[in-house]
Design a protein around this ligand. Structure first.
Ligand code: BGC
Length: 730
């Protein structure tokens, strides 16, 4: 079976062979030759026993230690140690960055790469080597409970941002992109089957995954849901045909946690490498399937080889020292919090836009709403980062302007709030969502899923596991986490029931705005919040997301004009929920087609309340002429952007393409953030690869660029009437 001459006895020797020029895959194959059958099977799932592991998880173990898999000490195989995100690292006291959706609003891949780098360093400091925080499922509908964990609704934008995070993380660790694929509903995630045709799958739901695979991501996590009738964890078309076959992915594939794999033999044949995080379905059933011929040892060896080859490829990266500079990371969190803020509305009062506020004129300021004094950093499920020191809105504003004596009113008594609002120069109302309204959801796992649990753990393994966790450093639970009602438990939010604000929040906005014409509404949340019923009542609105541990300071930087807002919406805010695709959070079955997001609203003729890519600034910009140069398979768009105002600022130039067939969705194909000092003109270039215009051919199951005229629109948001149009013929 194995060739004894060419086997490598240890990981150390395999690594040396790679250092001497051997291909990682070949060295891995030779190391696999040294493994016993039991060791090979050991690689196929997480190292922890199931019931003991669940017990540890329930006692906050998730925030104490990574999940280990594939460690084989006899041959020095380090395996991998997984920890989660995406708003940082979930083990211990780590930097809590703004949620992914907020970072999507920066439209700034370079900044995202810096976050990735900081996260990679902190991940390693937490003892982990694989980061599970590259979440790029599309925001098909803004009610999706985990909207905050992804970058937005558009495949190109999501792909570029996710690739940037991957680049940054992988300077220090391995990254895992999730959840492959079509995972854009939460409450029904363990059971929903998504029906999707080849065109919609390849043109809308997969391009961003492919982009990140092309970036060299080490690992892919499958989704819980099924696609076209097959669970993603055992879906041969998704894993064997597309991911490995068509895209050439050579890293390893892991399941989503606990309920991500139903059939051990089928998952192996489809190309799923590691069942995470416990010894469950495969540990119980795979040996039997191998004995009975329902699974093959060739497939087991293929998994072992892929996994070890990836570990060899990343061995130097995960061994290099990673030194945490928490001050620098905190400053980065603040910069991102400020850069992610989207100014949605800023009307003039007495001839001057309400924002920014000038500290020099010493305005009296009243801040209203419970959320202003709440650490509101987002989801309470797997993405919950437990930073100990978080700055709320009221703290951030008071620190930024200590002499203004800023007043705070929780807004629970409307009469009192009205009196307070009438007595100040400016009112700031903070409203939106929390982890109770949206986020990860577990709910009732149900009968079929319970059958995936093993009868009992192996006692020897439990003893080993207990020994390991006994040595872990104690965990400090942050005050804002300790204050959560224990009845809510882990992962409670789920999909949103409505895109509206709660009635109480709308009433508070109306009451405060009625008493004070200088009212600013600050929205917190992970995706679109409908504003049409109240937005005309207030002069200024800012979308401030779940802004991380420096949310309050970053927001203060924007409100006081230290940072000129350059955030742009990573999704469309519809004028009416009825304009969106059908969404049933309890559906057992859903059909995903090519139509959602800005291109769906555009086609249906529904003007959004705020378009995709939109955001205001404290300065004004003018887009100059643009020109396109085609060279081979690339078109280069050159143009200029003038900052015609009196403040330095940044804008995001976006390129949208129409394909020759008007029935094919238009696409965002490029973007660039341009910084321009007041009164200056900056030049920019955006390169677009011809493949960005390709369409999926269902006869040949391949791509082709339709021949004809492609109209490229260079503008400042989707549907920008001022956009410049260029026609490119290919
Ligand atoms: C989530 C994943 C996460 C995993 C481990 C699952 O419930 O869906 O996104 O990575 O838990 O925390």
């Amino acid at each position: 079976m194995n060739d004894p001459i060419s086997t490598l006895p240890t990981f150390h020797e395999a690594r040396a062979a790679v250092a001497n020029g051997a291909e990682p895959k070949e060295a891995a194959r030779r190391l696999v030759g040294s493994l016993t059958p039991i060791e090979m099977l050991w690689l196929l799932d997480g190292d922890a026993p199931c019931w003991a592991g669940l017990d540890f998880l329930g006692k906050n173990g998730y925030h104490q230690a990574p999940f280990h898999a594939a460690r084989v000490p006899r041959v020095g195989l380090p395996g991998f140690s997984f920890s989660d995100g995406p708003r940082g690292v979930v083990i211990g006291d780590r930097t809590c960055f703004p949620v992914t959706m907020a970072r999507g609003a920066t439209w700034d891949p370079d900044l995202e790469e810096r976050i990735g780098e900081a996260i990679g360093i902190e991940l390693r400091a937490a003892g982990a080597t694989l980061y599970g925080g590259v979440c790029v499922n599309l925001l098909r509908h803004p009610a999706w409970g985990r909207a905050q964990e992804t970058y937005g609704e558009d495949p190109h934008h999501v792909g570029e941002m996710g690739a940037a995070l991957t680049r940054g993380v992988q300077r220090h660790a391995m990254a895992c992109v999730k959840h492959y694929a079509c995972n854009s509903m939460e409450n029904a995630r363990f059971r929903v089957d998504v029906t999707i045709d080849e065109v919609a799958l390849h043109e809308i739901y997969l391009p961003h995954f492919k982009r990140i695979v092309d970036e060299g991501v080490a690992s892919v996590m499958t989704a819980y849901n099924s696609v076209n009738g097959e669970w993603c964890g055992e879906n041969a078309p998704l894993l064997a045909e597309i991911l490995r076959g068509e895209w050439g992915f050579d890293g390893f594939v892991i399941t989503d946690w606990i309920f991500g794999l139903h059939d051990a033999a089928k998952s192996l044949a489809a190309g799923l490498d590691v069942e995470m995080p416990y010894r469950m379905v495969r540990a119980e059933r795979l040996a039997g399937a191998l004995d009975e011929g329902g699974a093959t040892w060739d497939d087991v060896r293929a998994v072992a080889t892929r996994l070890i080859a990836t570990l060899l490829r990343f061995a130097d990266v995960v061994d290099a020292p990673a030194v945490v500079d928490s001050v620098v990371h905190r400053q980065l969190a603040r910069l991102v919090a400020a850069r992610s803020v989207v100014l949605l509305r800023n009307e003039e009062i007495d001839g001057v836009p309400l924002l920014p506020l000038s500290i020099d004129t010493r305005p009296t300021i009243g801040v209203f709403g419970e959320l202003a004094a709440t650490v509101n950093v987002g989801d309470g499920g797997s993405s919950d980062v437990w930073a100990l020191d978080c700055v709320t809105v009221i703290d951030g504003l008071r620190t930024a302007a200590p002499d203004l004596g800023i007043e705070y009113d929780p807004g629970d008594d409307i009469v009192r709030a009205v009196q307070q609002a009438a007595a100040v120069d400016v009112a700031v109302v903070v409203v939106g969502c929390t982890y109770e309204d949206e986020g990860e959801f577990i709910g009732d796992a149900g009968g079929e899923l319970m059958s995936l649990f093993p009868g009992a753990d192996d006692p020897a393994l439990v003893a080993q596991f207990q020994e390991e966790i006994a040595g872990l450093p104690p965990l400090t639970v942050p005050g804002h986490i300790a204050a959560r009602p224990s009845s809510l438990g882990f992962a409670t939010g789920g999909d949103r029931i409505s895109l509206r604000l709660a009635d109480g929040h709308v009433a508070l906005i109306r009451a405060v705005a009625g008493a004070n014409p200088r009212t600013i509404v600050v929205l917190q949340g992970g995706s679109a919040i409908l504003s049409s019923e109240w937005d005309q009542a207030v002069p200024s609105i800012v979308q401030a997301w779940y802004g991380g541990e420096e949310a309050g300071s970053g927001l203060a930087d924007v409100l006081f004009g230290v940072v000129n807002p350059s955030g742009r919406l990573p999704f469309s805010v519809p004028a009416d929920e009825a304009h969106l695709p059908f969404f049933d959070r309890e559906a057992d079955h859903a059909v995903y087609d090519r139509w959602h997001g800005w291109w769906h609203l555009e086609r249906a003729g529904h003007a959004p309340a705020f378009p995709f890519g939109f955001g205001l600034s404290y300065t004004t910009f003018e887009l100059g002429d643009v020109a396109a140069t085609v060279s081979g398979d690339t078109v280069k768009i050159d143009g200029s952007l003038a900052n015609t105002g009196i403040r330095d600022g940044a804008d995001v130039i976006q390129v949208y393409a129409g394909l020759p067939d008007p029935e094919v969705p238009r696409r965002l194909v490029g973007f660039t953030r341009v910084e321009a000092a007041a009164g200056t003109t900056q030049f920019f270039s955006v390169r677009i690869d011809r493949s960005a215009l390709a369409q999926r051919d269902t006869d040949t199951h391949s791509w082709s660029v339709p021949v004809g005229s492609h109209v490229l629109e260079v503008g400042r948001h989707a549907g920008d009437a001022q956009a410049k149009r260029i026609t490119v013929g290919w």
